[in-house]
Design a binder for this molecule. Structure first.
Ligand code: AKG
Length: 271
């Protein structure tokens, strides 16, 4: 049982999420918290190059070679862990899941000018949360919009199945570092989600989402991302274990076969 203490209208938020499959909470993280995250990930980038996630990028001229994404920083950074289990994030997730959540993953994307985006996909294809699905809390560290590769979501896809992905062709690979794409179902359309620093976008594990390239000359598109599941989950892909309860303690559930880091090739998902 958690005590609700924020000014967020959780009922309205849940109604929006249930209808659209995503919802944005403005000012979820304070300017000081955003600065703390930014500084911590600059430190990790500068001092702990071994923590870079290997997306197979070997071209030194690729902006993502210089600024690879960071995966699972909550396993060694107290600051990442603290913000993963942020009390306001917990409140919102509790309302959206209808029960106490658990944290499954953190990531940080620097996405410098010129960097490729991540093709449209559904997260639970990788996390394999069962029963139910996962939920992302995607927080803007910079102002994000279409120019610098802000997030896109496809509304009303959250109640759909996990769809087979297609292998990305050469053209798509120029725009996306991930090598597979989920095609937008008939009658649906991706929309941009412009955000200010500290805003958090919540979206479900079936909600189709992704981002285009950062076409700006000089604007990073940094983001801190947490993935979560309802606390009553029974299985998740092994890559995400151990999970973290919202009081900061680790917990284990059964490992589901397959899955892996979002954006990595997952052969089981490629048809
Ligand atoms: O930040 C992005 O461009 C994509 C992030 C994403 O797809 C995710 O967090 O699941």
């Amino acid at each position: 049982m958690i005590t609700l203490q924020s000014d967020i209208d959780l009922q309205a938020l849940k109604a929006d999420y249930d209808r659209e499959g995503y919802v944005v909470v403005r000012g979820m993280y304070s300017p000081e918290e955003v600065e703390e995250l930014k500084a911590e990930f600059e430190r990790i980038h500068d001092e702990l190059p071994e923590k870079a996630h290997d997306d197979g990028i070997r071209n030194p001229d690729d902006p993502l070679y210089k600024y690879p994404r960071i995966v699972h920083p909550h396993r060694y950074s107290n600051i990442a862990r603290k913000h993963m289990i942020h009390p306001r994030v917990r409140e919102v997730l509790h309302a959206l899941f209808g029960e106490e959540p658990v944290a499954t993953q953190t990531m940080y994307y620097f996405k410098p000018p010129g960097a490729r985006g991540q093709a449209l996909h559904q997260d639970n294809l990788y996390l394999l949360v069962q029963p139910g699905t996962c939920m992302a809390a995607w927080t803007a560290i910079d102002r994000v919009d279409r120019e610098n590769g802000g997030m896109m979501v496809v509304p009303k896809t959250h109640t759909g199945n996990l769809l087979c992905q297609e292998k990305a062709d050469e053209n798509l690979r120029k725009e996306s570092f991930s090598h597979a794409i989920t095609r937008v179902p008939k009658g649906h359309k991706p929309i941009d989600v412009p955000m200010e620093p500290g805003d958090t976008l919540f979206f479900g594990g079936s909600t189709i989402h992704g981002s285009g390239p950062n076409r700006s000359k000089d604007r990073f598109r940094r983001s801190f991302i947490g993935h979560y599941a309802a606390g009553s989950l029974e299985k998740i892909s092994k890559f995400y274990l151990p999970l973290v309860r919202m009081d900061g303690t680790d917990c284990e559930v059964e490992a589901a076969a397959g899955g892996g880091a979002c954006g990595n090739d997952w052969i089981g998902g490629l048809h």
